[in-house]
Structures are given as structure tokens and as C-alpha cells.
Design a protein around this ligand. Structure first.
Ligand SMILES: Cc1cc2nc3c(=O)[nH]c(=O)nc-3n(C[C@H](O)[C@H](O)[C@H](O)COP(=O)(O)OP(=O)(O)OC[C@H]3O[C@@H](n4cnc5c(N)ncnc54)[C@H](O)[C@@H]3O)c2cc1C
Length: 479
């Protein structure tokens, strides 16, 4: 079904939480440039190059002539690159605003995995080669050598503990084991990675000659360690505390949107100074009742007004279910805003929003906030049934006011095919159906949000329909 009416002005969509007063223009997240990505990539590769150059300047190439010294030397290089990547990994996940804005959560998580597993593999190579090299030099059994290395060398017991922690974090991050864990348990285990990184420092300082042999090496490594620690303290601890205290968010209202779905509107101080845009998400901690320490990501489901923020939550588990009982006045701690699903990443006049299930929340906000002429914006909203459609009235009002096209695609998914299509469209391929709904999609910016499977199949269909990768902006509601 398609709706294209536009005959009424846009009324207030959510119950007003305070008398309408003139608000200062809300702060928006600053836009990123395509070259930001190149600079971040370049800095990463440059750091690896610096480490290799330091290894060469330390005369390590000459060591490659002998078997034992050569094995030791390559082992040392593997350890250095591993340490470098470990710290880059910390920087990538420190929620540095520029990095966040450039990549977005989904891509950052993918890069985090790639850099993390590469660093861990190199660490294992480092341990193996150093043990074999020293064992060969000393004429010892490698197991006895490993034992001696761990107990005799300064900082090595701590390094062994760091290795155990980092391996544990890596194992629990493998998809199969991750699926067996609750998000909270996985997240808690993951935090041990910071302890692991911290425990590795004394080993590098006390036994890693490369750390201290040249003044430039000392400056380089200390700068990297200090930058990583400072980034975590400032952006993962300091900034969230500052924003929570400064904005003093309180629950203003809780409204039932449909079966198992509620909207929570929050008001606070100086919210126009929070650099947040429609489509972004924050990590929220509701500071009353059980679960106050557990943060959950929820997207804004309406454009921020400068005096209030609204989220809409589907009951999918303990904490999302408990939210319906939250009392007005409850305090809310925030981390963020995060995410690249906002108007600032738009590059073309025409825009298609692809929403599925509760993944409609940020796209509902974008439908409201995107500057548009009639017909510029199309929302394709996929749900299993009419009952599962959230915001139907709000969306219709927005469509009427802006002239945006809205297409609801309802019905259960085709069971025997990996697809986004409902049963009645089984004769079409994913891309054929998408192009029927939005014939000129190749000329659109595409925003897609929802569960992993939905985002994957819509992204594939959009690419097949000729939308270049750089015009697709995605957010997965998964971890
Ligand atoms: C970027 C992003 C934006 C999101 N925006 C919204 C939104 O606007 N509205 C909404 O209803 N939901 C949203 N979600 C999903 C929401 O975060 C989870 O449903 C919620 O955290 C579940 O918490 P719980 O304790 O009730 O669930 P649990 O009982 O812990 O688990 C229930 C289900 O939710 C998943 N889940 C749990 N914690 C998280 C987490 N931190 N991140 C992702 N999935 C999780 C679990 O894998 C499980 O499938 C978003 C997720 C992400 C990643």
C-alpha cells in the first residue's frame, strides 16, 4: 500500500512535555568528510610502519642471519606490531567523536574485530617464536623455556595474565560462543580486555628492549599508551558523566505505542547544547530500580527538540520489558550520542528509508527531520502484520505534512528463502521488488535499519539496484 497525501500541516506528534517556548537551535553533530576516513586509515598504517622502522633501526635485520636470533627477532617484531594494534584497537573503541562519526558503530565493530583478532594472532606468534628462539639459544626444552621466561623475567607473570585475559575476550567474541552469552555477561567479560592491555605494559617496559633503546621509541610508545589511556578516561568515562550531570535528564512521560512497545520522553537542561541529531542513538541507563548499571542502546524515535528526547522501546528482554514501569521524574544517565544514521551524512536530494520492525525508530525521526520537498523521501516500512506497525498515525501525519511517500510492506517472510519479501511477493527477487517500490533508487541515498538479516538483505538489494556503497547508511540493532 502506498500513501502520498499531503494536505494537512504537521501537528505536534508527541504530547507536549512543557509549554511551547522559543528554543535555541539545537546543536548538530559536525559533519565528517570522506578524507577523515583516509586520514584515520593512514595514521593506522603509519603507526605500524613506525614500529617496523624502529625494529629495523634497532639492527634486527642483521639478527635474521642466525636461526635462533632470527626467530627471536621476528618474534619481537610480531610482539611489537601486536602491541601497536592492541593500542589502536583501544583508540578505535574509545568512542572518539571523530572516529565515531566517520565510521559509525557497525563499521567500527567490524574493524575492531579485524584489528583485535590480528593483534591476538600476532601475540600468539610472538609467544611461540620467542619461546622457540630462546629455547634454541639455551639448548632447552621449549616448555621449560616458557616456564623460565614467565617466572624469571620482570613483568612476565603480568604479561601471562594479560594473555589469558585477552584470549578469553577473543574466544567469547567468536560468533558461536557470543550467541550463548547474554549481552551483559559478554560486555562485562569484554571489559577485562582493558585490564589485559594494562597488564601487558610492564612487560613491554621492563623486558622489551625496543621500548627503551632509542629516545624516539620511548617517546612513541609512551605517547601511544598515554593517548589510549586518556581517550578511555575522557570519552568513555569523563564525557558521559559530564553530559549526564549537565543535562540532568528525567523521564517526563511513558506512552504505550502498541503491544509490548512504549515510548519514553525525557526532558533535561541545556539539551540544545547536546550535539545530537534525529536518527542517532544513545546508551541509556535508567537510574531507578534494578538494572540501573546496565546501559542499553536505543535510537531517538523523534527529532530532538532542544528540550526533550524521545525513545521507543520494544519489550525484548528483562530491561526493555521493565522500562514500562519507569516513573516520571526518574533520572537517566546517557552515553553518546552515537551513530551515522543522521541527516548530516546525506549526499543526495532523494532519500529512501528502509525500516523493519522496531528498526523504524531512527527512520521515523529522519522522516521528520530531513529537509525535503514533496516526493524527495520514500519510507519503506516492513512489518509482519498491521498490529506490528509502530507510529502508523505519526507516519501518516508526517507524510501528509511533508509529501514523503510511505510504503508499508506487510506479511510473514517467505520461509524457504533468505529474503526480506513477504510470501505474496515470492515471484520477485529482492532487487526486483525494491526497484518496483522505488524505481529511481540508484539515485537515492539509502538509510537502512533493523535486525541483522534485514539490513544485510536490503543492503544487498540496494547495491544490486545500483546504489553505490557510499550512499548506503546502515544501523543494525544487534551486537
Ligand atoms: C544501535 C542500536 C540501536 C537500538 N535502538 C533500539 C530502539 O530504538 N528501540 C528498541 O526497542 N531497541 C533498540 N535496540 C535494541 C535494544 O538495545 C535491545 O533490544 C535491548 O538492549 C535489549 O535489552 P534487554 O535487557 O531487555 O534484553 P536482553 O534480555 O538482554 O536480550 C534480549 C535481546 O536483545 C538483544 N540485546 C541485549 N542487549 C543488547 C544491546 N546492548 N545491543 C543490542 N542488542 C541487545 C539480545 O541479544 C537479545 O536478542 C538497539 C540496538 C542497537 C545496537
Amino acid at each position: 500500500m502506498t500513501m502520498t497525501s499531503r494536505h494537512r500541516p504537521l501537528p505536534a506528534l508527541a504530547a507536549p512535555v512543557s509549554p511551547p517556548v522559543a528554543q535555541p537551535t539545537p546543536l548538530r553533530p559536525s559533519a565528517t568528510q570522506p578524507w577523515h576516513r583516509d586520514v584515520i586509515g593512514l595514521l593506522t598504517w603509519a603507526s605500524v610502519l613506525v614500529v617496523v622502522a624502529l625494529w629495523v633501526s634497532d639492527g634486527q635485520l642483521q639478527e635474521l642471519g642466525g636461526w635462533a636470533s632470527g626467530v627471536n627477532s621476528i618474534g619481537r617484531l610480531a610482539g611489537l606490531v601486536s602491541a601497536d594494534l592492541l593500542l589502536i584497537q583501544v583508540l578505535l573503541m574509545a568512542r572518539l567523536p571523530l572516529v565515531e562519526r566517520t565510521y559509525g558503530q557497525d563499521e567500527l565493530a567490524r574493524r575492531h574485530r579485524l584489528v583485535g583478532f590480528t593483534s591476538l594472532n600476532l601475540m600468539v606468534v610472538h609467544i611461540l617464536l620467542i619461546t622457540l628462539g630462546y629455547a634454541s639459544q639455551d639448548g632447552k626444552n621449549p616448555f621449560a623455556e616458557l616456564w623460565d621466561l614467565v617466572v624469571d623475567y620482570p613483568g612476565m607473570l603480568l604479561a601471562a595474565a594479560a594473555t589469558v585475559l585477552l584470549v578469553m575476550v577473543a574466544v567469547t567474541s567468536i560468533k558461536r560462543s557470543r550467541r550463548k552469552l547474554r549481552y551483559e555477561s559478554w560486555h562485562l567479560l569484554h571489559l577485562y580486555a582493558y585490564l589485559g592491555v594494562g597488564l601487558a605494559l610492564p612487560h613491554q617496559l621492563w623486558t622489551g628492549e625496543d621500548f627503551l633503546t632509542h629516545w624516539f621509541a620511548t617517546v612513541y610508545w609512551w605517547s601511544l599508551w598515554i593517548a589510549a589511556a586518556a581517550a578511555i578516561l575522557v570519552f568513555r568515562v569523563g564525557l558521559p558523566i559530564y553530559r549526564t550531570v549537565r543535562h540532568d535528564l528525567r523521564v517526563a512521560s511513558v506512552v504505550e505505542e502498541g503491544p509490548g512497545i512504549i515510548s519514553v520522553t525525557m526532558t533535561g537542561r541545556h539539551l540544545h547544547r547536546l550535539p545530537v541529531a534525529a536518527g542517532q542513538f544513545l546508551i541509556w541507563r535508567f537510574l531507578s530500580g534494578p538494572g540501573r548499571t546496565r546501559g542499553h542502546p536505543y535510537s531517538l524515535s523523534a527529532a530532538p527538540t532542544g528540550s526533550s528526547l524521545r525513545i521507543t522501546v520494544k519489550d525484548l528482554g528483562d530491561d526493555s520489558g521493565a522500562l514500562r514501569h519507569i516513573r516520571p521524574g526518574s533520572r537517566v544517565a546517557i552515553e553518546g550520542p552515537f551513530g551515522r544514521l543522521h541527516p548530516g551524512v546525506r549526499t543526495r536530494r532523494k532519500v529512501t528509508l528502509l525500516a523493519s520492525g522496531i528498526g523504524v525508530t531512527p527512520l521515523r525521526g529522519l522522516l521528520e527531520a530531513l529537509p525535503q520537498d514533496p516526493g524527495d523521501v520514500t519510507l519503506v516500512y516492513r512489518a509482519s502484520s498491521e498490529q506490528d506497525v509502530v507510529f502508523r498515525r505519526e507516519i501518516e501525519l508526517l507524510s501528509a505534512a511533508t509529501g514523503a511517500r510511505v510504503v508499508f510492506v506487510l506479511g510473514n517472510r517467505i520461509a524457504d528463502r533468505s529474503t526480506w519479501l513477504p510470501q505474496y511477493a515470492a515471484h520477485l527477487s529482492d532487487v526486483e521488488a525494491l526497484v518496483r517500490l522505488v524505481p529511481d533508487i540508484a539515485e537515492h541515498d539509502v538509510y537502512v535499519c533493523g535486525a541483522q538479516g534485514w539490513v544485510d538483505s536490503m543492503k544487498a538489494a540496494a547495491l544490486d539496484a545500483g546504489v553505490p556503497q557510499r550512499h548506503i547508511h546502515e544501523e543494525r540493532f544487534s551486537w
